[in-house]
Structure formats: C-alpha cells, structure tokens
Design a protein around this ligand. Structure first.
Ligand code: B12
Ligand code: SF4
Length: 492
C-alpha cells in the first residue's frame, strides 16, 4: 500500500529558535516500511500545503497518517483531513502522536468523519496493524485505536526500543533541521519516558510514568548512520542512569564517532552524574537545556519539580564549569505583574545562560488540566503552545504580552543579533560557507515572530474548533485512568 506520513506546520517556537526532524514519524515510517508498504514522508515545517496537495496527486497514497504531538496543530490537521477526503474520498486518514492521544474523541468529532481513526500511544507496533485492518469492522478493537464507532483497549508499550530505528532516508531537505548554532542538526532517542511527575508536563502521563532504555549498541548504530555533524538527543531527561550514558559513551568512542550534541536534563541529574556529563563534554556535548522553571521554592513545589532552588543554582554552576552553553526555562504565570517580570529579568541578566520564558498552560494530559481552579479564557487549540496565555492574566492581556515579549527580547540580546555573532560568529560563518544559513537567519528574526500585536491578535481570530472543557475533579486526586495513555506494564 502507498502510505504518506505528514508532520504539520511549525509553531511559533519553531519559527525562530529551531526546526527538528519528526523523529516519531520517522520511527513509525520505519515500522510501516518493514511491513512491506511504500512510504513517503512530508514535513510541513519545511514544505507548504501546496506541496502536500501535489504529493497527494502524484503519489496517490491509499493512506495518509498525520502526526500531532502539539495541541496547537489540531485545527490545521482537521482541515487537512477534511480537504483530503473532499479531494480523494477513498483515502484512509489516520492520526497519531502525543496530543492526538489525549484528545482523541473530540478530534474525531471536529473531523466529522474525515478522520478514520486516531491511534493513541506509541505508533511503531500498531500502525502496520491499522493499515492491515483498513475496511475491517474490527479496526476499533485494536489497542489504542479510536474510531467514530468505538475504541479498542489501552495501547501497549513497545518492549524493545532498538527496533525500528528512524527512517531518516525518507526526509527531504534535511539541511533545514537545526537548533541554534548546531546547524544542520539530526535527532536521536536513547530512552523513552520520565519517572518524575511534574504537574505541568504530559511527558510522564503519556508513557504511564514508565522509563525505558535502548541498548548502547543500537544508539551507536543509529548515530553512525547520521550524516549531520550535530545531534539533538530528544530524551525527556537525558542520562538519568549514569551507567547507560557511560555505555553509550564507550560505544561512541569505540566507533570513533565525532559529533556535537544538544540534550535536555534535570538539575538533580546533572549534580548526581557530573562525571558522566564531563565525559560527554569531551565527546562533543555542546549545548544543554535545564528545566529550572521557577526562581522560588513555592512555585517549584506547585510545579512538583522535586528539586530545590539551591540545587538548581548548583547545577548551573556545574554546567558553567564544564564549559557548556546552557539554556534554561522559566514558566511565566498569567498572574505575574510588572514587578514579577522585572525581578525575573533582573535575575536573568545576571546569569550567562540563555533564558527562555514560557507561559503556564494547563493542557490535556497534564495533571494541571484536571486540577487548575482558574477558568480558561480560551479553548482555542492554537493558543495552547505555551507562548500564549489561556488563563486570566492579572495585568490587561496586552500589557502581559508587552512584558513577556520585552523581557524575552532583552534576555535575547545575549544570544541573538550581534551578541550571538560575538560568541558564535566563527562557527556561524563556517556553517554559512557550507550553505547552512538557518542559524544566521534566525539571529535578527525575533521581532517578526514574537511581538505583542501578533500574540494579542491571535486571541481575536474566529475559533472554529474548540477544545472540550476539562472534567472537574472537584478536589479529588486524578487517577491513572484520568491521566495515562499507556498503562504501565505489571512488574513481574
Ligand atoms: C523533541 C521535542 C520537541 C522538539 C520537536 C521535535 C519535532 N520536530 O517533533 C522541539 C525542541 C522543537 C520541541 C518544541 C516544542 N515542544 Co516539544 N517535545 C519534544 C519531546 C521531548 C520529545 C518528542 C519526541 O521526539 N519523542 C520521541 C519520538 C519517538 O516520539 P513521538 O514523537 O511521541 O512519536 C511516537 C508517538 O507519539 C507516535 N506517533 C507520533 N506521530 C505519529 C503519527 C502516526 C500516524 C502514528 C500512528 C503514531 C505517531 O508514535 C511515535 C513512535 O512511538 C516531547 C516530550 C515527549 N516525551 O514526547 C515534547 C513535547 C511534545 N513538546 C511540548 C511542547 C509544549 C513544545 C513547545 C510548544 C514548547 C517548548 N518551548 O518546548 C515547542 C513547540 C514545538 C513546535 N512544533 O514548534 C509538549 C507538548 C504539549 C502539547 N500537548 O501540545 C511535550 C509533550 C513536552 C511536555 N513538557 O509536556 N519539542
Ligand atoms: S518536566 Fe521533565 S522531569 Fe518533569 S515530568 Fe516532564 S519530562 Fe519529567
């Protein structure tokens, strides 16, 4: 069967700072191809809707699968599905991915019959079975599958992460993938899931708070296949278990692989595994993201980060002493006033790290979605991208955005524009001489992507698809059934 797999358009964040390969979709593509299908992949972060319609004409796929990891992409995919069915009624349309899993039933309702099924949870095992079941009424009895007529049992976890290494060969224009100065950049996955349970995050709820590791050999094999000189490690929390990180490091040394790496981890993991991170620095670790989230103990508790402010500050010192470029995130609450923005800005200007602000957003799949007592001011999926305020702001909304954008732009002076050229001018020019200009182009783009008027105007757009309101738990604690997509496997 001819199968077209599609990643939707970029969100605000990816319009500026980075653009990364759709790794989940590439893994699904590998599994579907291994089952004997002819597969093509189209990434709308790079290609346009016109390219999609052209592909539909020329490739004439019998099935189209969309990846929806981000809530903000739901309306785009509903519309694409409707237009696809209008043009080619016989095409089977299915949707998978992180966010699609959490809003499966309402997604199908919005699509009014244009989406044949949503596939909840991991796609590698189930996607080939879905394709096999096209036209069979038993489709809605498969694990994780939801159709307009019914739903199968909970999805099952992949028991071997080494299987179905990403089909990167299906990507087109791969030179467009980058993160900051790491241009071009590929992505890899060493582990899946997260054992922590932060209240604002849905990474742990998706995988039923499980944590799995691939083998070091498979990691080495996958890295050896990558042509790009830079690699983004997509693990939610990199190197939780030092021995796993060490085993991959040994494999990299044995294979004499030389790359530069970006990873994301927790402050307590960095403190605990300092030597491992030092070893990775020697191997090429260049850029690290640390989820600091808040500058006071009270907010850290509220986010259930399970780290203290002192630990956070200690981790920053360690990262600095290792000579890493570090980015950190602070969650801006809609209740922030002028003084709070000023305090964060003042602190952020005293540290050398790249500081990003995201807006506290309860989204389906997070515990916050079920427990937040403030009323949502919008249920427009497009605003659920952690760059917009969907809870009541204490300041007038426009003023909140003014402060958010201004604070971010002041902080960006350290690592965008001329400030960045001072730091990374050499690397940027070397990349440009090889035709890689993603990074250079982003340096002066900030105000075209992030600006008060645009962000405010996004709230005034007519809303065609509205999210269902959260189910009120009325003070009760959310259960596993309320939260999880994958139920953890019983321990033997
Ligand atoms: C890497 C990553 C990114 C990368 C994007 C990579 C990419 N091009 O897709 C970057 C750094 C750009 C990024 C940015 C953001 N991210 Co992000 N990101 C992740 C992360 C850590 C891992 C995703 C990943 O690659 N996993 C590994 C692959 C193998 O898994 P997968 O993609 O989920 O795919 C599997 C299944 O979902 C399924 N599947 C996927 N697609 C399909 C399609 C079909 C047809 C089928 C059948 C199955 C299927 O099968 C795959 C294999 O099992 C997740 C957290 C997580 N653990 O999922 C957050 C996460 C997805 N991101 C999140 C957020 C909020 C963001 C941002 C909006 C904000 C921010 N500042 O981080 C931005 C905006 C993104 C954008 N689109 O512009 C949230 C999503 C929130 C939401 N519900 O909308 C998550 C869940 C993290 C969290 N804290 O809760 N992100
Ligand atoms: S924020 Fe990080 S540590 Fe917390 S649950 Fe999500 S992935 Fe895990």
């Amino acid at each position: 069967m001819r199968v077209l797999l599609v990643h939707p358009s970029p969100l605000m964040y990816s319009e500026l700072y980075l653009r990364l390969e759709p790794l989940g979709l590439e893994r699904v593509a590998a599994a579907v191809r291994a089952a004997g299908h002819e597969v093509r992949l189209l990434d709308l972060q790079i290609f346009s809707h016109a390219d999609y319609w052209r592909e539909l004409e020329t490739f004439a796929p019998q099935a189209v699968g969309f990846s929806v990891n981000y809530l903000a992409n739901v309306p785009e995919v509903v519309d694409l599905a409707k237009d696809t069915k209008a043009k080619r009624r016989e095409t089977f349309v299915f949707v998978g991915g992180h966010s699609a899993s959490f809003v499966a039933a309402e997604f199908l309702e919005h699509a009014e019959g244009a989406i044949d099924c949503i596939v909840r949870g991991e796609g590698e095992v189930i996607a080939p079975r879905v394709l096999e079941a096209i036209g069979d009424p038993k489709l809605d009895t498969l694990p994780g599958v939801v159709t307009p007529t019914g739903a199968g049992p909970s999805p099952t976890l992949l028991d071997n992460l080494d299987l179905h290494l990403p089909a990167r060969d299906l990507g087109r224009k791969r030179h467009k993938y980058f993160i900051g100065v790491l241009d071009p950049c590929a992505s890899v996955e060493f582990t899946r899931g997260c054992p922590w349970d932060c209240s604002f995050c849905s990474a742990w709820t998706f995988y039923g708070r499980s944590y799995r590791k691939g083998t070091a050999e498979a990691a080495g094999e996958d890295l050896a296949r990558i042509r790009e000189p830079n690699v983004f490690i997509v693990d939610d929390v990199a190197f939780i278990h030092a021995e796993h990180g060490d085993a991959i490091a040994s494999e990299i040394e044995r294979r004499r692989i030389r790359k530069q790496y970006y990873l994301e981890t927790r402050c307590d993991v960095l403190i605990k595994n300092q030597e491992l991170f030092a070893r990775w620095k020697r191997l090429g670790l260049f850029y690290m993201f640390l989820g600091i989230e808040a500058l006071d103990e009270e907010a850290l508790k509220l986010h259930r980060k399970r780290v203290t402010l002192n630990e956070n500050l200690r981790a920053l010192e360690i990262a600095r002493s290792l000579g890493l470029t570090v980015a950190i995130n602070i969650i801006a609450d809609p209740s922030w006033d002028e003084a709070r923005f000023a305090a964060v800005r003042d602190w952020a200007l005293t540290v050398p790290e790249v500081v990003h602000l995201t807006v506290a957003t309860p989204y389906p799949g997070t515990e916050l979605w079920l427990t937040e007592s403030r009323q949502l001011t919008s249920r427009d999926y497009r605003l659920f991208d952690v760059q917009h305020a969907v809870l009541p702001t204490k300041l007038p909304l426009k003023r909140f955005y003014e402060l958010l954008v201004n604070t971010q732009s002041v902080l960006n002076r350290k690592h965008l524009g001329w400030g960045a050229l001072k730091l990374y001018g050499g690397a940027a020019l070397r990349a440009a001489s090889r035709g890689q200009t993603n990074y250079l182009r982003m340096l002066w783009k900030f105000s075209t992507v992030y600006n008060t008027e645009r962000q405010y105007a996004d709230h005034l757009k007519p809303v065609r698809y509205e999210m269902k309101p959260p189910r009120q738990l009325l003070g009760a604690k959310p259960t596993k059934q309320d939260l999880y997509i994958h139920m953890p496997a019983p321990v033997h």
